[in-house]
Design a protein around this ligand. Structure first.
Ligand code: HEC
Ligand code: HEC
Ligand code: HEC
Ligand code: HEC
Ligand code: HEC
Length: 430
């Protein structure tokens, strides 16, 4: 009997088509197009707010005519630039201007040109939209504006119960809790997204930290330093908070998060000897993991050996952050970020050559908002222009590789900049 031979070509062809269709269905029906999942609160804009009686508009500048200092502080903060931030704009281009980003980066309905009616199956790219006739042109440029946090139902909400103001006010206990930050700073994962706590899960990292709660530290303790002053022009002096929200865009703030200490063995090396360095990096000042927030953020720890002429003869670099596989599903493979008060040792060994008389080791810690690769991609394909810094050197120190090394190492503890571990910074926490 003759066996019928199966012809390979058509079978392979069919198989390719079937796989292609499955992949297409997976990407269009199951895998979300954005890197996070939806939650009821931020799936929608903060509902439309009318102007409170007694005020001209909801514009921050108008609030600023009476709340001058708060307005000036807010203006310098990243909240005021959450929409025009060039990194946001570039990534938003990449995501084809999908509406959902605005719900945190320009969160009030008054700031959004389109009204969302329905989000079928939570697929944001298929949302049905109609023009928002109450949209105030240009208001989106204020990003996270005053009214996004303070105005509800035509009333200004705040932390006091006894204001005498030209606008209606209401005491709201949430202002002195982390509740104020939850909506936008606890971005959750969606289907087929396996993060270690959400892409911008700062809130979840803090929640797990009993230490912060025991000490009574809330987000505002570190990100909105205490101040005593009139809160409005001509008003009484009160205890309030500065509207600064410094974070990853401010090298001074990042410096506050870390403490660094370097030791060497032997502490007084001579040419021909092997030296072992240990750098201890401590999360001494943040109430959550460092780095936190945006999954692109990372630290790098570098050791560089420089010869007498300043040429690099050896270089070692390590990174601290999250390693995420973005395709075909989002999978966080590894997370070596530091929890509050946790520390990590970085080792570096070097055999000093005989001729190394006035050589040095340079120790450097840098904070990266993006990787060089992503920065390049955003510039080439998504309209990132300008030269906004995206890498900050937050610790840099040269140590001599000779018998004076021990003196340089001892001097670390008296260095006012960083030196040994010191708990956060006494003047901003509280
Ligand atoms: C014409 C001046 C003026 C304007 C404009 C103004 N305020 Fe006020 N606001 C005041 C005064 C005065 C107080 C009370 C100060 C006090 O008692 O210490 C106040 C109080 C507040 C409080 C504290 C409320 C509480 O009881 O906790 C908040 C919050 C506030 N304003 C926010 C805003 C915002 C947001 C805007 C803009 C949408 C705004 N204000 C516009 C004058 C103004
Ligand atoms: C309505 C949404 C919203 C709320 C509410 C909100 N934030 Fe933010 N926050 C943002 C967005 C969006 C960014 C990122 C802006 C950017 O980088 O483009 C941000 C950035 C930050 C940063 C990083 C600054 C930097 O330099 O990278 C800090 C710190 C911060 N917020 C603290 C807070 C704290 C504390 C609260 C609560 C009191 C709070 N935020 C409430 C939306 C919000
Ligand atoms: C991300 C949310 C957020 C934004 C945006 C915001 N505030 Fe506040 N505001 C707060 C919080 C939280 C407090 C409570 C601080 C405290 O505990 O005293 C506060 C307090 C206040 C107070 C009372 C005084 C004080 O220091 O407590 C005033 C007045 C005020 N804000 C005005 C403004 C104005 C004006 C703007 C815009 C220029 C603005 N806020 C933007 C969150 C915000
Ligand atoms: C004990 C002080 C402290 C507390 C409490 C704290 N933070 Fe921070 N936070 C810091 C320091 C210091 C940094 C700078 C280090 C960094 O960016 O990794 C920072 C950075 C950040 C950033 C910027 C990340 C980036 O690179 O853009 C965000 C967002 C943030 N914090 C949000 C929060 C929120 C939300 C809370 C409350 C759940 C909170 N923080 C509580 C100290 C604190
Ligand atoms: C639920 C609130 C929320 C939504 C929705 C959201 N973001 Fe953000 N985004 C944040 C917060 C909070 C931060 C600050 C985290 C930090 O500082 O590390 C941030 C930071 C960023 C940053 C880093 C900015 C910088 O200067 O480095 C980019 C880029 C960004 N978001 C893009 C987007 C895009 C694109 C979308 C829509 C696909 C989006 N975001 C949707 C809350 C949100």
């Amino acid at each position: 009997m003759k066996r019928k031979r199966i012809r390979r070509g058509p079978v392979l062809f069919l198989l390719t088509i079937v796989i292609g269709i499955l992949v297409y269905i997976f990407y269009t029906e199951f895998r979300p197009t954005v890197i996070f999942g939806l939650r009821d609160d931020y799936a929608r804009a903060i509902p439309f707010q009318k102007v409170p009686v007694g005020l001209r508009s909801l514009k921050a500048e108008d609030c600023g005519s009476c709340h001058q200092e708060i307005y000036k502080e807010w203006k310098t903060s990243i909240h005021a630039h959450a929409y025009d931030d060039p990194f946001f704009q570039a990534y938003w281009n990449k995501d084809k201007h999908v509406f959902v980003c605005l719900n945190c980066h320009a969160p009030l309905e008054n700031q959004q040109p389109m009204l969302i009616q329905d989000i079928p199956n939570d697929r944001v790219e298929r949302a049905t939209q109609i023009p928002n006739y109450r949209y105030e042109k240009g208001f989106e440029r204020e990003g996270v504006t005053c009214a996004a946090c303070h105005v509800r139902d035509g009333v200004i909400h705040g932390p006091f119960g006894d204001s005498v103001a030209p606008h209606p006010t209401k005491f709201d206990p949430a202002f002195r809790t982390t509740q104020m930050c939850h909506r936008c700073h606890s971005v959750v994962s969606g289907p087929f997204q396996f993060y270690n706590g959400g892409p911008c899960g700062t809130y979840t990292e803090y929640e797990g930290e009993f230490f912060m709660k025991e000490k009574g530290l809330i987000c505002q303790s570190c990100h909105m330093p205490k101040v005593t002053r009139p809160v409005a022009k001509g008003g009484p002096i009160r205890h309030g908070r500065r509207h600064l929200w410094r974070g990853g865009h401010d090298p001074e703030m990042i410096k506050r998060a870390i403490a660094v200490h370097v030791v060497a063995d032997p502490p007084q090396p001579v040419p021909g000897e092997r030296v072992d360095f240990t750098l201890t990096l401590i999360n001494a000042g943040a109430g959550h993991k460092i780095p936190t927030g945006d999954p692109d953020r990372h630290f790098s720890v570098e050791f560089v050996i420089l010869d007498g002429e300043g040429n690099i003869v050896e270089h070692q670099a390590e990174t601290m952050g999250r390693w995420i596989l973005w395709q075909p599903v989002i999978l966080e493979v590894y997370d070596n970020r530091l929890l509050p008060l946790a520390s990590r040792d970085y080792q570096f060994d070097y055999d000093l050559p005989e001729r190394a008389t006035d050589w040095k080791v340079q120790v450097k810690i840098r904070y990266h908002i993006l990787t060089d690769g992503q920065h390049e991609m955003l510039r080439e394909s998504y309209g990132l222009t300008g030269n906004d810094p995206y890498v900050f050197t937050i610790y840099e120190r040269d140590f001599p590789l000779n018998e004076t090394l021990s003196v340089a190492l001892d001097a670390q503890s008296t260095d006012p900049r960083l030196g040994c571990a010191k708990p956060a910074d006494a003047n901003t926490v509280g």
